[in-house]
Design a protein around this ligand. Sequence first.
Ligand SMILES: Nc1ncnc2c1ncn2[C@@H]1O[C@H](COP(=O)(O)OP(=O)(O)OP(=O)(O)O)[C@@H](O)[C@H]1O
Length: 558
Amino acid sequence: MAAQHDKTAPPAQHSNGFYPKVPGEHGHGKTNPAFTGMQSGEELSRLTVPLQRGSVKEGVNLHFRGIYVQIDGKDVLHDVSGTVKPGELLAVMGPSGSGKTTLLSVLSGRVAPEHLKSGEILINGGPITKRIKRKICYVLQQDIFLGNLTLRETLMFTAMLRLPEKMAYHEKEKKVEEIVDALDIRKCLDTLIGTDIKRGLSGGEKKRANIASELLTDPSLMLLDEPTSGLDSSTAYSLMTTVKQYTEQHNKTVVTTIHQPSSQIYHMFDKLLLMADGEIAYFGDAHNILEFFSRLGMQPKPNYNPADFILEKVKESDEVERKIINASNEMRKVSTLSPLTDSIETLSTSRKNSTQNGGIKTISGQNHRNGLDPKDVHLNHVPNGAVAVDMGESDKEAKWPTGFLTQYKVLTQRNFKEAKPRLYSRLNWIQNIAVTLILALVWFQTPLVEEKIRDVSGAIFFLITYWGFMPMADALLAFPSERLVVNKERLAGSYRLSSYYLAKVTSEAPLMLLLPTFMISVCYPMCGFGNAAGFFTTWSLLMLSALTAQVRMEGRNE
Ligand SMILES: Nc1ncnc2c1ncn2[C@@H]1O[C@H](COP(=O)(O)OP(=O)(O)OP(=O)(O)O)[C@@H](O)[C@H]1O
């Protein structure tokens, strides 16, 4: 058995001369000269891989290697590597806190640069450019939606925001229909998503809706974070069957984290990345996992769910966990994975040869054992036998899929629909009618004489203060849930913050102004406060107060 692996020891220099920065106690470590600072995933891959971009048209080969992530002095990911091909489903498993979600965040480029110490992430042998990033979808563990929209509205608004502007409306509708059928959610298309108070889609339908809204952009690489969490076993199985079929039929590359899958679900996985305490406990063919464990003298009982068995073993004790990690490290040393960059360098030759010979070049001279197949390291291996590198493609695409005006228009419509039930809830109406009546009765037909001037100014002061605070309270209560949606969509690069803010203010303003208009229209004549000129002056002050409160509060929330 290999000697105990020391996390603080610098990793050996790889055959390509690549020195990952090793996170030591205080972040000191041997550093690749290329890494003068801490880079984002995008910067990282740009620095480490001097290759042309690979095409994403034919599917995505994802390679990641030597990923080190350190948060608050703790190694959250330690030398994590893996590879997935188009049409494959890679499951990332491990005990709670082993780093599964962090790995997905790294792969989607969402880990803060100061935490990502080193590593390589390659898509078809090239860095993750903005254009390629659009072909990656990240389905979060939480199902984050606007609760007052139906599923159809949610998907259509997402399509309008995330599909290219030049795509016709009917094509976007068609795309939504296709995804709805693929994920089997047609029957709940006109159901509300639902909120904590108002019931809507079921848990399983929400999970499917979550995946559907990400699939609209036709991503080549899908990263799913715990898609089955909170689902019963048959719903989880049905969801994973859909994902598996979609992966194979559409040649997608899928990485999913999963907690204790049933054995039926486990057998759908092509590859498995088992994590323990931020390190790799196994990477390879999912079907070879029991063979790997049996070589370590660990045998499951007959008919035991392999997923349960491996998680139990990894969690059994620190000693057993270390034994498994060390065995996995040994396996990786002799596997084909380690000289990844060598493989990439071979790509140029491979590309040249493949054009000459019309075939795919494999990376030669490398061992493959223990579940790692040599075809795992084919770069740009696409079904038609070509090397999918499009050297002519430009990355100078617009940052956003749609222009400012489209974003503003779509977000205004969406916010209007979302805010209407909230602002005009029955409770809101009852509350405001009651306040209006109390005001009208307290100041009923107040004579406009000098002695009553304090009473009149008191009523107007009340109205303006009331409508200065009401919109603030509303924005405060509504924004936390909406903020999650905005964060999710902004991370996916859907729209500008400025278009969202402007749309939010304009869509809610008419709704926001209706109630104070109602209140003053009833109170002013009942209280006998004066003529039309006085009414319009007070009304304007009231509107100004309500609008300022709304604009300020939403501005702060951003
Ligand atoms: N922002 C953060 N700040 C501090 N610690 C963090 C942060 N993000 C992750 N960690 C730590 O990193 C480790 C891995 O977290 P991660 O969420 O990736 O685990 P996980 O395997 O996905 O867990 P689970 O299965 O419970 O979701 C945990 O110990 C966690 O506490």
